[in-house]
Design a protein around this ligand. Structure first.
Ligand code: PA5
Length: 428
């Protein structure tokens, strides 16, 4: 079960505003499907779940077994699109980052010395493997992290054993990482040339770590394939309608979208979504600023602003209809905490009451609401959701008239940093 409720956003829009947005969304969808818009050489993700490399998937499953056999910890080294999707899926399935005795840690997504030194100390007496993920193979953050962790691995393991602890996911033809992999005969997996990082979670980028953590990548790919087929149609297409409504709201100056959930384990789905939409749409002075909150946590902080602050916000809530676990609130004969009025009710019942109450309050406060209902958190449903967002993002960015698949803006800080650090080839 998957559906998107838009009625509480429609209330804030007129019929003519919706009609115009619908026409534009349909045109943008045509552009996406025909693959004739800007950035069309980066549309490999669109039908990838149907055409993925079956031989590579076998290698991924074998490498995942090797990692499970040799390691207590898997460190995934990567930044941006090279780690957010992986983390989003794994955290949604196992909020404590362990499964079947294997722990996963993410590194190379900052340049924090404290983080790296503490990680080095934590890993020192453990058996661990690294999966370095970098399409370009030259990104500074993962390169620094790998240099540190590789030095530990070289002290721990002989050359032949090392091959069972180091796995690269990178471009199949170019990049420094590929060179290191070739020189050392490390096992390498591919980030397809025609796929940007933020659209790569269904390639080896996500599949290897997700599989190593013991999750069902066949179900993940099936969810993506079914989502592809489901969101191909023009009528009653939630991906198209979500893009249509958010753009109609933007035209009325609702220029901040807050992604929210009442399940904390979805916070990295929101982080992934923020990169997906922020990096795809935020260009040429355009775009909706993607923000996120976790409720009810943030109702006790940002809730004030959302209810009563500047009126340029709308909210999209991911509602997990059936939680993976639920438990009733016990009766207490003393009732000193005055909670007996909800004893016998389940925690999820209370959580859903909070969710519905929040929606009602925020509508009254002038905040348009979108709700995405997913049945439960498993590999299939999570993939279905992520692929829905990817399609919708392509449509939405084309509605804005920007290229969804480039990110020239992120180069500006890098250039300044490289000049400051004296990187060869960079001068003022
Ligand atoms: O979505 C993107 O393309 C970016 O977030 C990249 O994934 C990120 O910058 C990391 O790049 P790379 O994979 O080349 O190390």
């Amino acid at each position: 079960m998957f559906n998107v409720e838009l009625d509480d956003a429609y209330k804030f829009l007129s019929e003519s505003e919706l009609k115009k947005a619908k026409e534009d969304a349909l045109k943008a969808f045509e552009t996406l499907k025909k693959k004739d818009g800007p950035g069309n050489d980066f549309l490999g993700w669109y039908d990838y779940p149907l055409n993925y490399d079956k031989e590579e998937l076998k290698r991924i499953k074998a490498a995942a077994q090797t990692i499970q056999r040799t390691s207590e910890v898997l460190v995934v080294i990567g930044i941006g699109g090279s780690y957010l999707g992986t983390r989003a899926v794994i955290e949604a399935l196992t909020p404590y980052f362990t499964n079947n005795g294997l722990e996963i840690i993410f590194a190379g997504n900052s340049i924090s010395s404290s983080y790296l030194v503490k990680l080095r100390d934590y890993l020192w007496d453990k058996d661990f493997s690294v999966n370095v993920v970098s399409k370009s193979g030259t990104t500074t953050e993962p390169a620094i992290a790998f240099r540190f962790l590789y030095n530990i691995l070289k002290k721990k393991y002989f050359k032949d054993e090392l091959r069972e602890h180091v796995f690269f996911t990178t471009d199949k033809e170019k990049g420094a990482l590929r060179q290191v992999g070739l020189e050392n005969d490390f096992e390498m997996f591919v980030v397809p040339t025609d796929m940007g990082g933020r659209f790569s979670v269904f390639s080896a980028v996500g599949l290897l770590p997700i599989c190593a953590m013991g999750f069902d990548v066949d179900q993940l790919l099936k969810g993506a394939v079914d989502s592809y087929n489901y969101f191909k149609k023009e009528e009653n297409n939630d991906a198209l309608n979500y893009a249509m409504v958010r753009n109609a709201l933007l035209r009325k100056n609702y220029n901040i979208e807050i992604m929210e959930s009442f399940e904390p384990c979805l916070s990295y789905i929101s982080e992934w979504w923020k990169q997906l939409f922020g990096e795809s749409e935020g260009k040429e002075g355009k775009g909706i600023y993607p923000a996120s909150v976790v409720f009810t946590t943030d109702l006790h902080s940002l809730g004030q602003y959302i209810q009563d602050g500047r009126r340029n916000l709308f909210e999209t809530c991911i509602n997990v209809v059936n939680p993976s676990q639920d438990i009733d609130i016990p009766f207490d004969k003393d009732n000193l905490d005055n909670l007996n009025y909800i004893s016998g009710k389940s925690i999820d019942y209370v959580n859903k009451a909070a969710m519905n109450a929040t929606k009602e309050a925020h509508i009254a406060g002038g905040v348009p609401q979108i709700r995405i209902n997913i049945d439960s958190l498993n590999e299939y449903n999570i993939a279905f959701l992520l692929y829905f967002f990817m399609v919708s993002c392509g449509i939405s960015a084309y509605m804005l008239g920007v290229n969804p698949f480039n990110q020239e803006g992120v180069e500006a800080y890098k250039r300044n940093m490289f000049i400051a650090l004296g990187k060869p080839g960079y001068t003022k």
